[in-house]
Design a protein around this ligand. Sequence first.
Ligand code: KG4
Ligand code: ZN
Length: 344
Amino acid sequence: MTLILGLESSCDETAAALVDSERRILAHRVAGQEADHAPYGGVVPEIAARAHVDRLAPIVERVLADAGKSLADVDAIAATAGPGLIGGVMVGLVTGKALAHAAGKPLIAVNHLEGHALSPRLADRSLEFPYLLLLVSGGHCQLLLVQGVGAYRRLATTIDDAAGEAFDKTAKLLGLGYPGGPAVERVAKDGDPKAVPFPRPLVGSAEPHFSFAGLKSAVVRAVASGQHRTPDLAASFQQAVVDCLIDRSRIALAACPEASAFVVAGGVAANGAIRTALTDLAARHDKPFVAPPLWLCTDNGAMIAWAGAERFAAGLTDSLDIPARPRWPLDPDAEAVRGAGVKA
Ligand code: KG4
Ligand code: ZN
């Protein structure tokens, strides 16, 4: 049995957790920064980095105290080393290095996307490799065949915005504030998903890539027209995202008969309408559907600790001079997608 301390600071959550190799979560804490960023309608990188500096060390202390453990009890320290907002990533990684050095413990530099990708195995011990993963968050929208620890085949990515980004921008346009995803979902409950005929970018195309920029522009025009109720705009937007995710995932499922299950992870997986539609899709393809509990879908320290535990078990640790990486694709062999912008 090994005990791993995990640190996460790549976006706007400061988080730490203690997880063991038996999948026990001994303690976990997440400090959000919603109030810090709300006045700006989105995450401000410099504000995020400073907030991580203030909050990470106290959170680590609290997590150790919650579990009644000290650093001496920990076998390794896992910290997100990218991809993400570089200031925040540096805070978490430097903290991880300092703790590892001071306590004489190994460091494990975790790819944040690997944290999301392996988190379903923390929640569900029966989930075996390989599985098809839909990773939908504020920064990423990808379909990956998870073949093993450190072995990922990227089948698709977004050629422009991530799904969560589209939710956040739509929320801003609708005056629903930040963070956008939960606000859009809440308001959409009172709306008609068929009220506004939004486009479904790339639906029907042969490769399962995603695109949300055109949908966002359509929301801008629909809001400007002044012809629609906010709940109808929210519900119609959400339905368009659901239809895109389902159509693209369907192509990927057909391409991966070897997948043992269809799995969703990332913050957008917290959306009820999306979870329901994905559950139906998996059933139609005779695959078990696995979705981690909501708190494990959004950024947290337990997923980093668990990815650390999986890497540690595979003998993978890192030297203290490993750099923080703002971009870090999970599948380095994946070809660049035509039309792709900044997303890894
Ligand atoms: O995984 P995550 O916590 O951070 C990233 O790594 O990006 O995902 C955050 C994203 C945000 O864009 C947020 O708006 C979205 O997940 N999100 C949701 C919901 N809850 C969070 N999107 C739609 N519906 C939700 N209920
Ligand atoms: Zn994330």
